[in-house]
Write a protein that binds this ligand. Structure first.
Ligand SMILES: C[C@](O)(CO)[C@H](O)COP(=O)(O)OP(=O)(O)OC[C@H]1O[C@@H](n2ccc(N)nc2=O)[C@H](O)[C@@H]1O
Ligand SMILES: Nc1ncnc2c1ncn2[C@@H]1O[C@H](COP(=O)(O)OP(=O)(O)OP(=O)(O)O)[C@@H](O)[C@H]1O
Length: 275
């Protein structure tokens, strides 16, 4: 069984406050983006055979191990993971891989297993990737409300700096906290091709840690991209294009500074599922 594990971007991310458990309470809009990792998941008689980076530390491996244990070891599995989404980019690649492994194993070995509970233990972004569509999220990202997002041509740019998520959260200060995002106004602006009134509270801490990231927005805006924002904890940024051709031209120009992808965010065809 072949499956695609799409990247995500955060169409706005507001850190509301710091919780007692050290995590940060968020209000964010998740959108799938058409850049995707490729997975092959096949049943075998026994054992967990994994081919891909990070070995047993890989979130995809850990997801498989958790599911098989929760399902009572119904059989074995062979997983092949081809990475295309850069790591440490704020694009949720590892989380998406993990979600696709959970979905694939549930299809291969159906069992009374709470996938959302397993997903939450793997990472804050994993539950979203089980949904396979846009979502409004609260909590640490596990309280999800599906969202109808228009398909928007967009560019994702990765300047090549790998940012560990915990480092950015540790650098958050109270002045970075924000109110709830204006969800309706953001959706209307997206549908009209206007600049959405969103922000990312993690830009402040990420820019303090890595000042070179301050230059990225200007570069992307100069190419005519709108609504340019850092995704998650960075260092990838995304920007909205006027159409697929504009997205391709802008991505091409951005490749002078890093990696860039033209694609679609939101919509129905950027979601997860069999390839
Ligand atoms: C930046 C985002 O990608 C936005 O969608 C997520 O908030 C991060 O999701 P993730 O990478 O799945 O995060 P996890 O692997 O669960 O957490 C990594 C670390 O980030 C910090 N963390 C994460 C999420 C959150 N809401 N508050 C936090 O303070 C915690 O120190 C945690 O130990
Ligand atoms: N399948 C995987 N793909 C990518 N990274 C993985 C995977 N499994 C474990 N990791 C570890 O997680 C780190 C980054 O994870 P990921 O690709 O989710 O990026 P991210 O920037 O943390 O995304 P986000 O902040 O949006 O969750 C890697 O550096 C690696 O150590």
């Amino acid at each position: 069984m072949e499956r695609l594990a799409p990247a995500k971007v955060n169409l706005g991310l507001s850190v509301r406050f710091r919780r007692e458990d050290g995590y940060h309470e968020l209000h964010t809009l998740f959108a799938p983006f058409s850049l995707a990792d490729r997975l092959v998941v096949e049943p075998v008689s026994a054992g967990l055979h994994f081919q891909g980076p990070y070995g047993r530390e890989n979130l995809a491996y850990r997801a498989a191990s958790l599911y098989l244990e929760a399902a009572g070891q119904p059989g074995g599995v062979r997983i092949l993971l081809e990475k295309r989404i850069p790591e440490g980019a704020g694009l949720g690649g590892g989380s998406s891989d993990a979600a696709q492994v959970l979905l694939a194993l549930q299809a291969l070995y159906p069992a009374e297993v709470d996938l959302f509970a397993l997903a939450r233990t793997l990472g804050a972004d994993v539950p979203f990737f089980l949904l396979g569509r846009g979502a409004e999220a609260r909590g640490v990202g596990e309280r999800l409300k599906p969202l109808a997002l228009p398909p928007v041509p967009a560019v994702v740019f990765f300047p090549g700096l790998r940012v560990p998520t915990p480092l950015v959260y540790r650098a958050v200060r109270p002045e970075d906290f924000g109110p709830d995002l204006p969800v309706e106004a953001i959706l209307e602006a997206l549908a009209r091709g206007e600049e959405p009134p969103y922000w990312n509270s993690l830009e402040g801490p990420a820019f303090r840690l890595f000042p070179e990231l301050r230059e990225v927005r200007g570069r992307m805006r100069a190419l005519g991209l709108r609504g340019v924002l850092m995704s998650g904890s960075g260092s990838a940024f995304f920007g909205l294009a006027e159409g697929p051709d504009h997205a391709k031209r802008a991505a091409e120009a951005l490749r002078a500074w890093g990696r860039a992808w033209a694609g679609t965010l939101g919509g129905g065809d950027a979601g997860s599922g069999p390839a």
